[in-house]
Design a protein around this ligand. Structure first.
Ligand code: GLC
Length: 544
């Protein structure tokens, strides 16, 4: 299957359903996808070259992590120009070419928008920090010191240390919820909102189909700067000062909802634009629901349930999905098992010897969830976490919090494309992070040639989801969830599909009558009707 024609996705026409509902979205981390110019860092022309791989998988869309002009302190999540491409990644013309190719292949394009903060090198901040009277003086969150000179509040930053940094020019502190080089925008200011919506319009006019809104619950703070209260001891490990507080005043201001409504109004002018918020933290469930409620907010949101989970259990899946009932007014969830912010799932969820079997089970379970599913680059290959020694760490969070880090570098390693090529065909130079020997052996070309590979299984499952309304759009019911077995039913119209998953390393015999007889749609790890070997899983189209 090498020609473009062969990779065109086989979408079933769904006149009444927006394209993004039930979609599978493939996340591309540009630095690590494909390097076209030998500098060891992936780029936009590299993405364009490799888009056929993505289309062949049968996903609906790509989400591309930031490629905007940036000093790369947080690898692009520190934007210095929202409307230009960083030279490391290419040019605006390269972006246009990428969008054109994606659209030819039937893929929608979703891009990342980071609105809570900019880089300290953004001209808006450079102007804002000059003095207290300039035109952008109130575009960021500035505050006087307390009488004793200490920061205006006790707020702590996600990446460690106080969330306030002193600036001698203004004789004031500025707020930053992440790095000190990521000053917090003051989105309470209507001019800031207008500017951000202008950015959104710029990319909509360039043809993008959707946005992932980064760290959206950090968008607005409490303007009276109240101290956060201490967090009660809930038994969870505390590794950073940030973990010792209930984050209720540095973020999560209710006016975020008004901005979201403005985003929606704008997007509605452009048709079926997809909007998905990233929402972390203790209030994530409430906030995700508020951000996606009704028809005048965002389409979807995702949190960190699965991304930070140490173990995947039937009860865990049941509880996560139960948060999003199929009820009028409740939004549509998105799910990620992996992304650039969390260790690879196979390294978190199973023992070394079980990885191959577990990866298959995981792929089937993931493609059976109700909501949108976000596949992180390399997940389709079964990539595992690469151990990065301290001297090679790149992520500022990891360097600051070593050894108690979020381990993001090990999940950001380059894609292995060609097993026999130096650096896996990712680059002809020296890659910015090592690929990892084990991951090299999982290269795309090797898996394409093997009909029983995880890559080919994932492709079949994604296509099954695309072609079966019950899997893509149907209701979700948990029939059974114990220590080992998860049984679900997805129903849409006349179609009912049962999914049976053995999440354990012991065989499971499922109780008679749990699901109805029917046609087997897919099976992994030797599962047959009635019996699930270790990590066995089965999808059955039930006779109604
Ligand atoms: C989001 C991004 C993460 C980044 C942070 C700060 O959580 O996914 O990579 O470091 O926001 O922008």
């Amino acid at each position: 299957m090498k020609t473009s024609e062969a990779v065109l996705p086989s979408t079933k026409p769904q006149p009444d359903v927006p394209w993004w509902r039930g979609a599978a979205i493939y996340q591309i981390y540009p630095r690590s996808f494909c390097d076209s110019n030998g500098d060891g860092i992936g780029d936009l022309p590299g993405i364009t070259q490799r888009l056929e791989h993505v289309a062949r998988l049968g996903v609906d869309a790509i989400w591309v992590s930031p490629f905007f002009k940036s000093p790369m302190r947080d690898f692009g999540y520190d934007v210095a120009d929202y409307c230009d491409v960083d030279p490391i990644f290419g040019t605006l013309a390269d972006f246009d070419a990428m969008v054109k190719r994606a659209h030819e292949l039937g893929l929608k394009v979703t891009i990342d928008q980071v609105y809570a903060h900019t880089s300290d090198l953004h001209p808006w901040f450079e102007e804002s920090r000059q003095d207290q009277l300039n035109d952008k003086a109130d575009w960021y969150v500035w505050a006087d010191p307390r009488p004793d000179g200490s920061p205006p509040s006790n707020w702590q930053s996600v990446f460690g240390g106080p969330a306030w940094t002193w600036d001698a020019r203004r004789k004031q502190y500025y707020l930053h919820n992440f790095l000190s080089s990521q000053p917090q925008m003051n989105a309470h200011n209507p001019d800031v909102q207008d500017a951000l919506l202008g950015v959104m319009r710029f990319w909509l006019d360039r043809g993008v189909d959707g946005f992932r809104l980064d760290a959206l619950n950090f968008l607005m703070h409490d303007p009276t700067l109240r101290d956060n209260p201490p967090a009660p001891d809930d038994g969870r490990r505390k590794t950073r000062p940030f973990d010792y507080q209930l984050k209720i005043y540095n973020q999560s201001h209710p006016d975020i909802l008004r901005f979201i409504q403005r985003v929606r109004e704008l997007c509605d002018q452009y048709g079926a634009v997809f909007t998905v918020a990233e929402v972390g933290g203790d209030l994530a469930e409430t906030e995700m629901k508020a951000f996606t409620a009704g028809e005048d907010h965002l389409n979807s949101a995702y949190g960190f349930d699965f991304l930070y989970a140490d173990k995947l259990t039937p009860k865990f899946v049941e509880q996560a999905v139960a948060k999003w009932p199929d009820t009028p007014g409740i939004g549509w969830p998105s799910w990620a098992f992996e992304n650039h912010d969390a260790p690879r799932a196979l390294s978190r969820w199973c023992g070394l010897d079980d990885r191959e079997a577990f990866a298959r089970l995981k792929a089937m379970l993931f493609t059976s969830l109700r909501g949108n599913i976000i596949v992180y680059q390399g997940e389709e290959l079964g990539l595992t976490q690469v151990e990065i020694p301290f001297e090679q760490l790149q992520d500022p969070e990891a360097i600051a919090n070593w050894p108690l880090t979020l381990s993001r570098d090990g999940a950001r390693t380059p894609m292995p494309w060609v097993v026999q090529s130096g650096e896996g065909g990712f680059t002809c130079g020296a890659p910015w992070l090592p690929l990892g020997e084990e991951n090299l052996a999982r290269a795309v070309d090797r898996q394409e040639a093997d009909p029983s590979s995880l890559l080919n299984l994932t492709t079949r499952l994604l296509r099954l989801r695309r072609e079966n309304d019950a899997l893509r759009l149907g209701s979700f019911q948990v029939l059974h969830a114990d220590e080992c077995l998860l049984a679900i039913r997805r129903v849409s119209g006349e179609q009912s599909i049962a999914g049976l998953f053995n999440l354990s390393s012991v065989p499971v015999v499922w109780p008679q009558g749990l699901v109805r007889d029917g046609k087997e749609l897919a099976s992994v790890n030797g599962a047959i009707v009635g019996q699930l070997p270790p990590f066995g899983a089965l999808l059955i189209e039930e006779r109604i």
